[in-house]
Design a protein around this ligand. Structure first.
Ligand SMILES: C[S@@+](CC[C@H](N)C(=O)[O-])C[C@H]1O[C@@H](n2cnc3c(N)ncnc32)[C@H](O)[C@@H]1O
Length: 287
């Protein structure tokens, strides 16, 4: 019997239906990414190759990746990359996957840093480095340090720093908040997307997050604000006069974070919403 030839188009439509039947939430997007990864092309170019037959090696690799996705492994851990702002970041198991809503924090910080010359920034809980590296890449007069307690995050941060050619302006430091950083060094700005999920809500998160993402990147303690309380208190003395602290917050946390910032001495506090109209970023100034 003649063996069936599977073209890119056949594989695309068959797998989209299959993943949809299995309850994967964005089957077309996932299949597009996995297929382009396997045949080494972009998502757009994929559609120019729909009639191209896939060889045995490609089919075997693709099947293995689809199996991983069916076990709810996030797409970004399978392909090893995530996209945020204008850039591609390497990700790996053990490191938080950058989220779209973090672009609001990058946007707010970019606005406040626009007219600053040689500003020194700390990104606390930097993960892949997506916040700090985006800010530095866009503005060549900035420099800064990405701080993370996780050795794996630091490893990935350093790779992203090299890929984005920022080794001369970005440093990485493994540290519990600012503890390993010299006290006399002051920052023009501190930015952070901290762990802010309430401990008891972690079990209710979707499988992709609950089973695969590092818990220390998510868990904010009983009310989700454990890290935030420490960050706000410890950041204030580390910021220069005229500088600011800009943090991402979870849904419903903006008011409590505003209160914590005011109590620590910050003034002119502003709250910014994300694209879904959720209060997402709180900024406070040290005057
Ligand atoms: C929500 S993730 C954010 C990662 C990245 N900034 C982003 O926006 O994609 C929080 C990060 O904080 C780090 N972290 C948790 N506790 C920390 C601590 N005590 N000191 C420094 N970093 C910490 C985690 O390892 C994780 O990378």
């Amino acid at each position: 019997m003649e063996k069936r030839v599977w073209t890119v188009g056949d594989v695309l439509s068959w797998t989209v239906n299959y993943l949809a039947e299995k309850g994967v939430s964005s089957p077309r997007q996932d299949v597009e990414y996995l297929l382009s990864y396997v045949i080494g092309t972009t998502r757009v170019q994929l559609y120019m190759q729909l009639d191209r037959p896939m060889n045995k090696k490609e089919l075997t690799l693709f099947k293995a990746l689809v199996k991983r996705r069916l076990k709810r492994e996030p797409l970004q851990y399978i392909t090893g990359v995530a996209y945020l702002w204008k850039y591609e970041f390497l990700v790996d198991k053990g490191v938080f996957i950058p989220r779209r809503e973090t672009e609001t924090l990058i946007e707010v910080a970019t606005f406040h840093l626009k007219r600053r010359e040689r500003a020194f920034i700390a990104d606390v809980g930097t993960g892949t480095g997506c916040i700090l590296l985006s800010l530095l890449k866009d503005n060549p007069s900035l420099y800064g340090v990405g701080i993370d307690i996780s050795p794996k995050a630091m490893e990935v941060f350093l790779k992203n720093r090299a890929r984005l050619k920022l080794t001369d302006r970005a440093w990485g430091l493994r540290s519990d908040l600012f503890s390993a950083f010299p006290e006399r060094e002051l920052f023009d700005a501190v930015v952070s997307n901290p762990p802010y999920v309430k401990s008891h809500e972690i079990e209710e998160l979707q499988d992709e997050i609950r089973l695969y993402e590092p818990v220390e990147a998510l868990d904010g303690g009983r009310d989700g604000l454990d890290f935030m309380r420490r960050l706000i208190r410890e950041a204030f003395p580390r910021i220069k006069r005229g500088g600011f602290l800009c943090v991402e917050v979870g849904m419903g946390q903006a008011e409590a974070v505003t209160f914590l910032m005011r109590r620590a001495g910050f003034t002119g506090i502003e709250v910014e919403k994300d694209l879904s109209h959720i209060e997402r970023v709180v900024t406070g100034w040290k005057h």
